[in-house]
Design a protein around this ligand. Structure first.
Ligand SMILES: *[C@@H]1O[C@H](CO)[C@@H](O)[C@H](O)[C@H]1NC(C)=O
Ligand SMILES: *[C@@H]1O[C@H](CO)[C@@H](O)[C@H](O)[C@H]1NC(C)=O
Ligand SMILES: *[C@@H]1O[C@H](CO)[C@@H](O)[C@H](O)[C@H]1NC(C)=O
Ligand SMILES: *[C@@H]1O[C@H](CO)[C@@H](O)[C@H](O)[C@H]1NC(C)=O
Ligand SMILES: *[C@@H]1O[C@H](CO)[C@@H](O)[C@H](O)[C@H]1NC(C)=O
Length: 268
């Protein structure tokens, strides 16, 4: 505690000079999925005489000018970035750019420089992190023993996604987890988690699979495992195909489940 206070005092009052970055409001990290647009914005919170705002990309410690917004000449996107970068909000105090359709190549850090007179440049820094996450694919197959299923879920992403299985019904549980990660040629990973679902399955059951990378929104797929064996066989046909197939299978499962419950309750 005391140590921390000491360090803090050293940082803010002593060792560090009054940093020029302190007055710039910007995001430390921007997270964007491949193919999305990423927006960076910098705001100089103190009013200064700003001549120009310059945006730079930093790669391997080399700064490349990407775009400028000048008091006199307005906005300009430099050669090599015209398809990639655009201004969102132009202002000398508050400036933002958009990186369109981000790819792995756009990853890295970017500087915004407020060139002021007479103090010089105030620099803000934002880093772009690009991720990729595809919808998980769930496969359910019957195990040897009657009350067990083998559930397998695969998700592809960059960095390697975490894959989590869940089950809606309390008296069912997963065991014998096994996770395999395979690296693809394009720097993504395909992670497959397989587990055995067992317990007394008296009703149809919903199995979920969620895939996550970094702090990005997760992607989740739900699959229905109906109670009756022959129904299950019919509904399983397209589980591995696509989401729409899963949805259709789910509806089929639900419908049959509903019919079977109805036939129990309603006298014919
Ligand atoms: C600065 O720009 C950002 C993004 O363009 C916006 O959200 C914010 O309200 C602006 N601030 C001011 C003071 O104009
Ligand atoms: C996005 O970038 C990818 C890869 O560079 C390209 O194949 C695709 O056509 C681009 N999409 C758009 C809408 O510009
Ligand atoms: C199925 O049974 C065979 C023989 O009893 C066993 O070798 C195999 O591991 C079982 N498979 C599963 C998925 O439990
Ligand atoms: C990367 O490879 C995986 C697996 O081959 C594929 O699913 C994914 O679409 C690829 N991503 C890109 C951006 O090409
Ligand atoms: C789905 O699984 C079946 C067998 O389990 C296989 O024949 C079929 O090719 C798979 N389809 C896809 C799209 O992977």
């Amino acid at each position: 505690m005391t140590y921390c206070v000491l360090v803090c005092l050293l940082f803010f009052c002593g060792v560090l000079p009054k940093a020029l970055t302190a007055v710039i409001q910007t995001q430390q990290t921007v997270l964007a999925a491949v193919g999305e647009d990423a927006e960076f914005s910098c705001q100089l919170s103190e009013t200064k005489d700003i001549l120009q705002v310059t945006w730079q990309k930093i790669s391997h410690d080399v700064e490349t000018n990407v775009a400028t917004y000048n008091k006199q000449f307005g906005q300009r996107v430099n050669d090599g970035f015209t398809d990639k970068v655009g201004f969102k909000h132009t202002g000398l105090q508050n400036c933002s750019i958009v990186i369109r359709n981000v790819t792995e190549q756009d990853e890295g850090c970017y500087h915004c420089l407020f060139n002021t007179y007479p103090e010089g440049s105030f620099i803000g820094r934002t880093c772009l992190q690009v991720y990729e996450l595809h919808e998980p694919v769930v496969d359910v197959s019957e195990s040897n023993s009657t009350e067990e299923w083998v559930v397998s879920c695969s998700a592809t992403g960059r960095p390697a996604p975490t894959v989590t299985l869940s089950v809606s019904q309390q008296d069912l549980s997963f065991s014998q987890y096994n996770t395999v990660s395979v690296s693809n040629t394009n720097a993504t990973f395909t992670v497959t988690t397989t587990a055995v679902l067992s317990g007394s399955c008296k009703h149809s059951t919903q199995v979920g699979c969620a895939a996550r990378v970094l702090s990005a929104p997760h992607r989740e797929v739900m699959v229905m495992i109906p109670e009756v064996q022959q129904v299950y066989a019919a509904a399983t046909a397209d589980y591995n195909d696509s989401t729409s197939a899963i949805v259709i299978a789910t509806i089929a499962g639900l419908t049959v489940f509903c019919f079977s419950s109805c036939s129990h309750c309603t006298p014919a």
